[in-house]
Design a protein around this ligand. Structure first.
Ligand SMILES: C[S@@+](CC[C@H](N)C(=O)[O-])C[C@H]1O[C@@H](n2cnc3c(N)ncnc32)[C@H](O)[C@@H]1O
Length: 200
């Protein structure tokens, strides 16, 4: 049977092998980490366990049944069950970003391009935003296939579930420009199918 998830800190994560190594290079820089799209919770739990001890963390999920983290784990008080794209939630996330220090914002919900457009507007100088299932432009289909093939060459995992990119540089370029973002650690994140941008 194929498996859509790698196992990250004991919980499934819809990520490519090695994703955590790329996030490990920057995670300690941040005072606030927000993830859209908890799903099973493997990446959320990894982020929570690897952030700076004094950093705040929230992960947003609209389908509680998706989360497979044990109910007695302390991370549960950092999981926000709601639709991140409602007006109230957008307002509360915006306020959180404004009132916090350096923020890392992960777009990994059901509409990455929309999440990127909505939340990139609230970033401050030095904040970083990443979006998953991302391919560089032009030739995004080929670029995505090449990055995925490189990750899977060791045959440890079948990569099922990453057949088509959901976002490309072309699809977010207008938001990158209007939010004042520039590419950040770009090639490293591209290698694990994420786009990464910093507000300057
Ligand atoms: C691709 S999965 C997230 C994968 C997870 N970040 C990981 O690394 O394992 C997307 C998740 O986002 C949730 N989702 C989709 N739209 C959402 C929204 N508007 N607000 C909150 N969660 C949403 C889905 O229910 C799903 O569990």
């Amino acid at each position: 049977m194929t498996n859509h998830f790698i196992n990250l800190v004991g919980v499934g994560a819809a990520q490519m092998p090695g994703t955590e190594l790329v996030f490990l290079e920057i995670i300690k820089d941040f005072d606030l980490i927000i993830e859209i799209g908890t799903d099973n919770g493997g990446l959320a739990l990894w982020l929570y366990l690897n952030k700076r001890a004094d950093a705040a963390f929230y992960t947003y999920e609209k389908e509680p049944t998706h989360v497979k983290i044990p109910k007695n784990h302390e991370i549960n008080s950092h999981i926000v069950y709601c639709d991140c794209l409602t007006e109230d939630t957008i307002d509360s996330i915006s306020a959180l970003i404004k009132s916090s220090g350096k923020t890392l914002f992960l777009c990994d919900g059901g509409a990455k391009i929309i999440e990127f457009g909505v939340f990139s507007k609230f970033l401050k100088y030095g904040d970083v935003i990443v979006l998953h299932d991302f391919a560089d432009s032009p030739n995004e289909t080929q670029n995505y296939a090449d990055a995925k093939a490189k990750l899977l060459k060791d045959g440890l995992w079948d990569g099922c579930g990453f057949e088509v990119h959901e976002a490309s540089y072309n699809s977010i370029e207008d938001d990158v420009i209007s939010a004042g973002l520039v590419k950040y650690n770009y090639n490293k994140f591209l290698g694990v199918l994420w786009g990464c941008f910093i507000k300057l």
